[in-house]
Design a protein around this ligand. Structure first.
Ligand code: NDP
Length: 330
C-alpha cells in the first residue's frame, strides 16, 4: 500500500514537505480483517488538530505512522463474515490507497441512491455535524433568524439548506464571489467577510438580517464571532462547531471584545463534537438522505485527483479553495 505519514508536527500553516508518501507491503489478512481499495479520501479541517502533537478530543497523528481519515472504497478481500469482495464501505483508513482494517471499524454504505462519495460529505460526518449542530445544539425553530459562517463549505452548505427548509431567514458568511452566488441561488442572504473588520462585517450582517440573529452556527471564529455577537437577539443560541480561522495560529488570538453580549442577550454558546451524537446518525439519514437522493439538497464537491495530491487538498481548505466538501479521487 501507499500511504502518507507526517514527519513532524507543524507550527502555523503546515509545510507541504511534512507529508511523506511511503510504500509498504501489507501482511496476509488476519481473521476478522478486511482489505479495501480506497476510491475517495476525505480531508477535513479537524485533521489540523491531529497534527498539533497534543491530544484534543482525538489522539494526535503518530509521526512516521500512516495518517488516518474518512475514506470510501471497495472491499477486495475479506476474512470477516459480514463483508465480501465488491462491498462498498466507509472507514477511517484514509490518506492511503489500500486499507487493511478490523471489520469492526468498517461500515457498509447505506442503501440510498446517491453517489458513493456523498457519504464523506453531505450524508457523512460533515452532514451529520450540520444536522446535529442545528437541531440538537442550537435547537433551531422555523421562526429563527439564522447566521452561518463558512456557509458554502461541507458543513455550512447543509446547515443553510436545512435552516431554509425549516422556513428560517438565513444569512451565510463566505469568502469568494462564486460562493456568495451559490448561497444566493439557495435563497440565502450572502455576506462576504473579505476585506472587512468586525465592525464592517457586523454592519453587513445587520443589513442582511434586520431582525437580528437567533441562531449562529459558528465554523470560523475571529471577526465572524465578534460580528455575530453584536447582532444577537435575546435567548440566541450559538452552536460552536469549529473555529477554522485560528487553526494555524501560532499564538492565541485575542478574544472577541464583546463576549459580554452573551450576558446582555441572555444567549447560550455551546460547543459540540459530532462523535457524541453519532447514535442519532440513523435519524439524520432518514431525514436528509431522501432529500439528497431527490435532488432537493444541492451539495457541492471540490475534487482533487490522485493520492499524491491529498496533502494539497488538505492545505487548500485553509485558503478557502473548496466549495462544499473537499475530497480526493483515487
Ligand atoms: P469547509 O468545507 O467549510 O472548508 C473550510 C472553509 O473554511 C474554507 O473553504 C473557507 O471558506 C473557510 N476558511 C478557511 N480558513 C478561513 C479563515 N482563516 N477565515 C475565515 N474562513 C476560513 O470545512 P468543513 O465544513 O469540513 O468544516 C467547517 C468547520 O466545522 C470547521 O471549523 C471544522 O473544524 C468544523 N467541524 C466540526 C466538527 C465537530 O464535531 N464539532 C465536525 C466537522 C467539522 P471561505 O472561502 O468562505 O473562507
Amino acid at each position: 500500500m501507499r500511504f502518507f505519514t507526517l514527519t513532524d508536527y507543524p507550527v502555523g500553516l503546515p509545510d507541504r514537505t511534512l507529508f511523506t508518501l511511503e510504500t509498504q507491503t501489507l501482511p496476509e489478512l488476519d481473521e476478522g480483517e478486511v482489505r479495501i481499495r480506497n476510491r475517495w479520501l476525505s480531508v477535513d479541517p479537524y485533521m489540523r488538530g491531529r497534527m498539533s502533537g497534543q491530544r484534543t478530543y482525538v489522539a494526535p497523528f503518530e509521526l512516521g505512522k500512516p495518517m488516518e481519515g474518512g475514506a470510501v472504497g471497495e472491499v477486495i478481500a475479506s476474512k470477516d463474515a459480514h463483508f465480501k469482495e465488491g462491498d462498498l464501505v466507509s472507514h477511517m483508513g484514509g490518506w492511503r490507497d489500500i486499507a487493511q482494517l478490523p471489520a469492526s471499524g468498517v461500515q457498509k454504505l447505506p442503501n440510498i441512491d446517491v453517489p458513493e462519495q456523498a457519504f464523506l460529505g453531505v450524508l457523512g460526518m460533515p452532514g451529520m455535524t450540520a444536522w446535529a449542530g442545528l437541531n440538537l445544539i442550537a435547537e433551531c425553530q422555523s421562526s429563527d433568524k439564522v447566521l452561518v459562517s463558512a456557509a458554502s463549505g461541507a458543513v455550512g452548505s447543509l446547515v443553510v439548506q436545512l435552516a431554509k427548509a425549516k422556513g428560517c431567514h438565513v444569512v451565510g458568511i463566505a469568502g469568494a464571489e462564486h460562493k456568495l452566488e451559490w448561497l444566493a441561488s439557495r435563497g440565502v442572504e450572502a455576506v462576504s467577510y473579505r476585506n472587512k473588520n468586525a465592525e464592517e462585517l457586523e454592519r453587513a450582517i445587520a443589513q442582511a438580517s434586520p431582525e437580528g440573529v437567533d441562531v449562529y452556527f459558528e465554523n470560523v471564529g475571529g471577526i465572524c464571532l465578534e460580528a455575530a455577537l453584536g447582532q444577537l437577539n435575546e435567548h440566541a443560541r450559538i452552536a460552536v462547531c469549529g473555529m477554522i480561522g485560528s487553526y494555524n495560529d501560532t499564538a492565541p488570538a485575542p478574544g472577541p471584545s464583546n463576549l459580554s453580549q452573551l450576558v446582555v442577550r441572555k444567549a447560550r454558546m455551546q460547543g459540540f463534537i459530532v462523535a457524541d451524537h453519532w447514535h442519532r446518525y440513523a435519524d439524520f439519514l432518514d431525514e436528509v438522505g431522501p432529500q439528497v437522493a431527490a435532488g432537493q439538497i444541492d451539495y457541492q464537491e471540490t475534487v482533487e485527483e490522485t493520492l499524491e495530491r491529498t496533502p494539497d487538498a488538505f492545505l487548500a481548505l485553509f485558503e478557502g479553495a473548496n466549495t462544499g466538501k473537499m475530497i480526493v479521487k483515487l
